[in-house]
Design a protein around this ligand. Structure first.
Ligand code: MD3
Ligand code: FE
Length: 199
């Protein structure tokens, strides 16, 4: 990794411009098959981020709560995880096991993600890998317990992060996206992919 912040490994610029464009084209197919939706929390609040997934499981949230589900809310199966995305997982993690979920988060105007832990997966020994595309975002990293100080860093299009070991359960969030900072996505905004082993 180029740097490590509170155990989060950062690989700046892992994807060059042409690899980013190729991946974005693959992701447009994912979104065509499984359209972005705006999840509702258990408490009936809409999240500002729009989402979809690829793989055997996708992450969904509604009045019943958060969970991994085998189908998109429309009832269709999630599309397969694109080979361009799996290639990043293979190269960066070196693991034999592949992820069974690729969550796609889309941050349009004003979207953000509050501080949280990722703990809906069965086995926290598997890392989570994140790929950023499009506009820059300020990523905040806290602690294993809620509260305390945070460290922030700006994520650029093409950056890859790996959260494993002690970093797997740290609190984290996205508090700002810099609109217009990247030309990759014609519609504007930011896409973040997270690759996870769910079960
Ligand atoms: C640290 N996504 O989908 S990616 C999420 O940019 C999520 O959309 C953010 O947090 C985004 O759950 C941040 C970086 C990230 C992803 C998963 C983590 C950091 C993490 C899991 C554990 C610790
Ligand atoms: Fe998260």
């Amino acid at each position: 990794p180029g740097l490590v912040v509170r155990g989060v490994e950062i690989f700046p610029g892992w994807l060059d411009a042409s690899a980013q464009r190729a991946m974005l084209a693959d992701l447009r197919e994912v979104v065509a098959a499984a359209p972005l939706f705006q999840p509702e929390t258990r408490w009936g609040r809409r999240m500002s981020v729009r989402m979809t997934s690829a793989g055997r499981f996708g992450w969904v949230s509604d009045r019943r709560g958060y969970r991994y589900a085998p189908c998109h809310p429309s009832g269709v199966a999630w599309p397969p995880i694109p080979a361009s995305v799996l290639a990043v997982w293979d190269a960066v993690t070196g693991l034999d096991r592949r992820p069974d979920c690729c969550l796609l988060n889309y941050y349009g105007d004003g979207a953000r993600m509050g501080m949280h832990q990722d703990r809906d997966e069965a086995d926290f020994r598997w890392p989570v890998l994140s790929i950023s595309l499009g506009d820059q975002a300020r990523f905040r990293i806290g602690h294993l317990t809620r509260g305390g100080d945070t460290e922030s860093l700006w994520l650029d299009s093409g950056d890859v992060l790996v959260m494993g070991g002690s970093a797997r359960l740290v609190h984290h969030g996205i508090d700002r996206v810099r609109a217009g900072s990247s030309a990759l996505i014609a519609e504007g905004g930011r896409i973040n992919l997270t690759l996870r082993v769910v079960e």
